[in-house]
Design a protein around this ligand. Structure first.
Ligand SMILES: [Zn+2]
Ligand SMILES: [Zn+2]
Length: 226
């Protein structure tokens, strides 16, 4: 059964599978309800909505916030906005056009070759209205940390009370901690800068989208990739 599991006092995780790739979505408990971080892939919609409703326990889903717009992070967004029409839908202003379709990841031309080999993710949620955020904005109780590189408008969410960073694809933790795959990252210099930036922040737990949370040693491990 798909269900959210507690990770830190205010953060719950559900792991889904997209082909052979594990993908996490997160629910964050706020004073006014809940914030969902990321929206899984399209085939996840039904089980995701069911698990969210169970976890909400009668409290409202106030926000759906994206780390970025890739197919495994925003695929169920349209279905979620229909299931939770009162939730504010949030992503960085540089990312929103890639999710709605005004811009396309395929049109980015990084100066490394492997990006051309990767499948290009089409816009996942045409017509969705985003509340567009910038670096340092508060999303519920979390700070948005602008971490471009993997995509132009990638953000991490920093939960200071829980000492945790929901870092999206700024890091992977499949077998061990690593940068995101080059073939899906549009700016490798940005990827490294964002890794360095996260390493400067004060936290203990690193919660990546792919793989297990790195509890307690998250910052130490993140700083090894500087
Ligand atoms: Zn991604
Ligand atoms: Zn991803």
């Amino acid at each position: 059964m798909y269900a959210f599991q507690s990770v830190t006092p205010h953060i719950w995780r559900m792991q889904l599978w997209y082909t052979v790739m594990p993908v996490n979505v997160w629910l964050v408990r706020e004073d006014d309800g809940w914030t969902l971080i990321d929206a899984g892939a399209k085939p996840h919609a039904e089980k995701l909505i069911r698990a969210i409703l169970t976890q909400l326990n009668g409290w409202p889903l106030q926000r759906i916030a994206l780390t970025h717009g890739h197919v495994d992070h925003a695929g169920s967004l349209l279905a979620l906005t229909q299931a939770f029409p009162n939730a504010q839908v949030i992503c960085h202003r540089e990312e929103a056009p890639f999710v709605t379709g005004e811009k396309r990841y395929a049109d980015l031309h990084p100066d490394h070759r492997s990006y051309r080999l990767a499948p290009k993710f089409p816009p996942q949620a045409p017509g969705v209205h985003f509340t567009q955020i910038e670096d340092g904005d508060l999303v519920g109780s979390m700070y948005a940390v602008y971490t471009p590189g993997h995509t132009p408008g990638h953000v991490a969410y920093w939960h200071q009370t829980d000492n945790a960073i929901i870092c999206g694809d700024a890091f992977l933790n499949i077998l061990e901690i690593s940068p995101p795959l080059n073939m899906f990252s549009s700016n490798l210099e940005g990827v490294q800068k964002s890794i360095n930036l996260i390493g400067e922040l004060n936290f203990a737990h690193l919660l990546p989208s792919h793989g297990n949370p790195i509890l307690n040693k998250g910052r130490t491990q993140a700083r090894r990739l500087r």
